[in-house]
Design a protein around this ligand. Structure first.
Ligand code: ZN
Length: 571
């Protein structure tokens, strides 16, 4: 959001010269008309983990329990998208990328690039480069921007739109990068990554909430203070949970739902005459599906659909907004069928009081079959839990979900639905759209097309925005030696910096223009531009590593290491 007095003054001046150069103005206006983007505003909605079966389940429930045979989504269906990621490391293994995570899927539909799982909008390389998202490109074009989610605001899906890190787990860095991003509205959970450990947060450096306030952000923490925000609050940050926002069935009265957050965000952002771009995520469809908690999966999907309704009503009234909706991937391998039975117990799908997550402590503390029967009886319709079922819960399901997994396995069987596991699956996801963007995302597409269409429809340039970011930062793999010095892979970094790398058995030489760094492979002593350096190289598994000093000698620059975001600051 850029609103300056300068802008107003130019308008005054333009008015003054209108009569003397009307011909020129007309030609100008014509030029502008040709270039005018199809939409002024962009709304991207993501149902995290919302595969085809999650959508069908929500619709079936809506029809049988709520008497509404259609979801809001249904009227806007345009096609489906592939979700695969690029190959990458998963522990000791290299995985193909056939099954994506939220970080790589998000990077694809936010920036138009495939990358490895866990990467937040950076390339798949030993020395990664940042990719700009449509939100960042919109911000650079003077539009207002927002991120809204029911997950932690620092979670992968919002993160890919306004931050860059090698690992999605670096949520403290993601929170700090939001401060630099210029994103005007941030609503979700995840306050813990904005607070220091002293303040019951997760940051080991310092609390950063006051830094946001200093930049003009109004901070809100519940539904009533959210509602009290007005369009005059151009910047706002809402924390509705220390971690994720509570699941729908567990939500306290003063915790806003996704539709409330969406409504307020749109009210604030739409006050900018230059337009806006926003991403709104139903972040916990994924979490409920990971846990195999089917009733909560349905409630979270309906919570998302209610936000879709708010977005669509806004877009229709506004007349200058494109809306695109998709999922990052399916979660759980949900199947609306099981055990060869041609039936679904739909009348029972709404009869669980709280989520399985809500029961974790009680389930952990349970000692006997009777304890389990009591917990299940209090939370569900089940009055006849068998000893065998109770034992299954006590034993846990063998996954990290333990007894919660056992509980959900029992419930799922009673509901006649199935799961392939606790992970993501590779099935295509739906795409829904409204406005000029709809034509560009219809049919069978790849998720990267969402980013290209998003940028095109509001007339922002992803390549240009990416070049701006790549001139600032590099995201290398690195290691830290016993003295606490950060070391970088010599070959990959010298090449990423535009140098050459000649590996030799006696001497390895890196050069750039008239600069050179030589490494004696026997002693690992370093000569930088002819002078013996005070540091040595490091050899790890045949790979040569050097501190940043060596690369500063190579480039003749003063690059710095940003240890929080684990990136090299180029200038
Ligand atoms: Zn997930």
């Amino acid at each position: 959001m850029k609103k300056t007095m300068k802008g107003l003054m130019v308008t005054g001046l333009t008015l003054a010269i209108i009569s003397s150069s009307s011909l020129l103005m007309a030609a100008d206006a014509q030029k502008k008309q040709v270039k005018k983007p199809a939409s002024k505003n962009l709304i991207v909605l993501i149902g995290d983990g919302m595969g085809p079966a999650q959508v069908s389940a929500a619709r079936l429930y809506s029809k049988t329990a709520l008497g509404k045979p259609k979801l809001t989504l249904d009227s806007y269906y345009v096609g489906q998208a592939t979700t695969f990621a690029d190959k990458g490391e998963d522990g000791d293994k290299i995985v193909s990328g056939a099954i994506t995570d939220s970080a790589s899927a998000g990077t694809a539909f936010a920036t138009g690039n495939k990358t490895y799982n866990a990467a937040i909008s950076i390339s798949n390389a030993d020395v990664s480069k940042p990719y700009a998202s449509v939100i960042e490109a919109a911000e650079m074009n003077g539009k207002s921007t927002g991120l809204v989610t029911t997950a932690r605001i620092t979670h992968a899906t919002p993160a890919v739109f306004a931050s860059h890190v090698r690992s999605r787990d670096n949520e403290s860095a993601i929170a700090s990068q939001y401060l630099e991003s210029g994103v005007d509205v941030l609503f979700g959970g995840g306050e813990q990554f904005f607070l220091s450990k002293d303040e019951k947060g997760k940051r080991s450096d310092k609390s950063i909430v006051s830094d946001f306030m200093a930049k003009g952000y109004k901070v809100v923490k519940d539904g009533s203070s959210l509602n009290a925000l007005t369009a005059k609050n151009q910047k706002a940050i809402g924390f509705f949970g220390s971690s994720h926002v509570a699941y729908v069935p567990d939500r306290a009265e003063n915790v806003p739902n996704l539709a409330n957050m969406t409504k307020k965000a749109l009210e604030i952002l739409s006050a900018d005459k230059d337009g806006f771009a926003i991403m709104i995520e139903g972040g916990r469809i994924d979490h409920a599906s990971h846990a195999n908690d089917f009733p909560t999966t349905i409630q979270e999907t309906l919570d998302f659909d209610a936000a879709v309704k708010v977005a669509m009503e806004f877009a229709k009234k506004d007349g200058n907004t494109s809306v695109v909706i998709t999922a990052d991937h399916e979660t759980g391998g949900l199947s609306l069928s099981r055990d060869n039975i041609y039936e679904l117990n739909m009348e029972l799908w709404g009869k669980q009081k709280h989520s399985s997550e809500f029961l974790i402590t009680a389930l952990k503390e349970a000692k006997t079959i009777e304890d389990i029967k009591k917990i299940v009886n209090e939370n569900t319709w089940i009055t006849d839990l068998s000893d065998e079922e109770a034992q299954q819960i006590l034993d846990g399901d063998g996954s990290s979900y333990a007894r919660e997994g056992g509980y959900n396995a029992v419930i799922s069987k009673r509901l006649l639905i199935g799961w392939s596991g606790h992970g993501h699956s590779g099935v295509d996801v739906g795409v829904w759209a409204y406005g000029p963007i709809a034509n560009q995302v219809k049919g069978q597409i790849d998720n990267t097309q969402i980013a290209f269409a998003s940028a095109k429809v509001i007339g922002v340039d992803l390549k240009k925005a990416t070049a701006t970011l790549q001139a600032k930062h590099l995201y290398p793999k690195f290691k830290i030696n016993r003295d606490g010095v950060v070391l970088y892979p010599a070959e990959a970094l010298s090449k990423a910096l535009g140098g050459t790398y000649q590996a030799g058995t006696a001497v390895t030489i890196m050069t750039k223009a008239n600069k050179s760094v030589e490494i004696d492979m026997a002693s690992l002593a370093v000569k930088a531009n002819g002078n013996t350096a005070s540091y040595k190289a490091d050899l790890d598994n045949g790979k040569l590593y050097l501190p940043l000093e060596a690369f500063n000698s190579l480039t003749g620059t003063a690059m710095k290491w940003d240890s929080l975001s684990e990136r090299i600051v180029l200038k």
